[in-house]
Design a protein around this ligand. Sequence first.
Ligand code: F6R
Length: 590
Amino acid sequence: MCGIAGYIGDRNAPEILFDMLKRLEYRGYDSAGIACISDQGVTVFKDKGKVDEVRGKVDCEKILSKTGIAHTRWATHGEPSEYNAHPHSDCTGRFIVAHNGIIENYKDLRAGLTGRGHKFESETDTEVIPHLIEELYTESFEAAFREALKKLRGSFAIVAISTLEPDKILIARKDSPLIVGLGNGENFIASDTPAILPNTKKILILDDFDYGVVTKNSVAIKDIQTGDELKKKVQTIQWNIKQAEKEGYPHFMLKEIFEEPEAVKNAIKALKGVEDIAKKLTRYKRIYFVACGTASYAGLMGKYLLERFSIPSDAVSASEFRYSTINTIDSDCAIIAVSQSGETADTIASVKKAKDKGAYILSIVNVLGSTLTRISDDNIYTYSGPEIAVASTKAYLGQMTSITVLGLYLAREFGKIDGDYVNEIIDDISNLPGKIQQILSNEDEIKELARKLSDKDIFFYIGRRLNYPTALEGALKIKEISYVHAEAYPAGELKHGPLALLEKGVPVVAINPNDDLLEKMDSNIQEARARNAIILVVGENGDLKTPMIDPLLSPILYVVPLHLFAYYISVFKGLDPDKPRNLAKSVTVE
Ligand code: F6R
């Protein structure tokens, strides 16, 4: 949700900033801009469009600047346009700001500032920030910046520069991620690690209510309220630069689908502490999986898995949990938050509220050092590597692997499952990467199926129990990257309404593991077939063929052809699966 960047050092700032923005583009891509300080003063260039389109209009070499800030936008307030694109300036052009988040009290602030003669040029909430700094400035940029921050409500990650003090970038964070990458005689600021990976692996992570003063040779992080300097630990990013590049694949999404075997391997490698966590979980009367989007389907699969072993649990979308389920939470509850980014606003808010009510918090997260990991009692990392495509794929497999192992250990702790059977399934999990690879080697068949169906304007996905979430995930992937209507239903629900929509040629994807409900699923498939629907079965003898697998592990395997299928539907429609319209990765606003 918007990417922000900053650079201060001895190199050409515009080039570096556009490179950084390109690596943050998954966070938003409706407009982009840079503001750089040079001997000629400040140069601001911004426009509607993706980073490369905007970059193409700027002669970076002509801007002789070594300090600047930048932004790639996902519009919240105001349509994508040149005037709404960041960075934004005050009336005098002396204070320039880029921002990720939402300033909730911007209307009041704007009215007050307008009353004092300030002129606004955009519809954004962000523009109040440079005007506030202008209003509060007496003799110190830092002092005015800090006073301005105290007046903001909502969420923000901010980078700011001033022509009055061109040797520094000021930064701040509340509820939106921000890191500083530490170089030699240069420093980098970014919303996320992929932006700084080519330059440094050493980072400082800002916490909520931190602000900072960054020069080319120093970084001071301070407390917004007191102004006191804070000690921050330098952390080392574990990812390498190659992981954040396409490496010959046409899209990140395809690369990430082909990394699914690795994602399962990595999730298993990292599961050492899980037995202890499972022991801890036995203390709680009720377990809630809380997450958004694809991660919420991994959570829903977790609920079905625990119910399979008679362990009470629920899975609730974080955007609902924080306002409704939260009223039922107390210290007898355990929350399992699931998130690739660890920065999703609704998930974080749910966790914070549940924590206040005394619940135990376990997070299953991909990004190390992310906000969620720092507010949880325990973390299970999935180590899926950077996921750049907006649509989550490999991270989902990592999440489901971790949740499955956790669920099995928990069932064993509760005495609901035989220890030998658990060991057997864990062995089976280690065979999963090979089985996923087998599915991926059928890429051409899946591609051909997608080609044939790429002109359809509606898809149905059906599944039962553990694979109902697989159906939801399959449908979501089609929706978000192909803009085609797709509905997922528990298979038994079809005849309670949606069957009315089935007619000749409508594709119905049926997730059909070889388990005790196979015959029930077959009946549901027949019901659809009788309406002349096109049936695509995912399973051992299906149209989207999958290797033999213990039904408990089938959700981890059966989603793989669905990811590939959705990817190719999008490609055959001539769309960019990496950057679906209206969406962005890492949803840091409510
Ligand atoms: C769908 C997708 C989103 C995310 C959701 C949660 O393909 O990517 O639905 O799963 O925004 O994001 P995280 O996992 O980062 O909390």
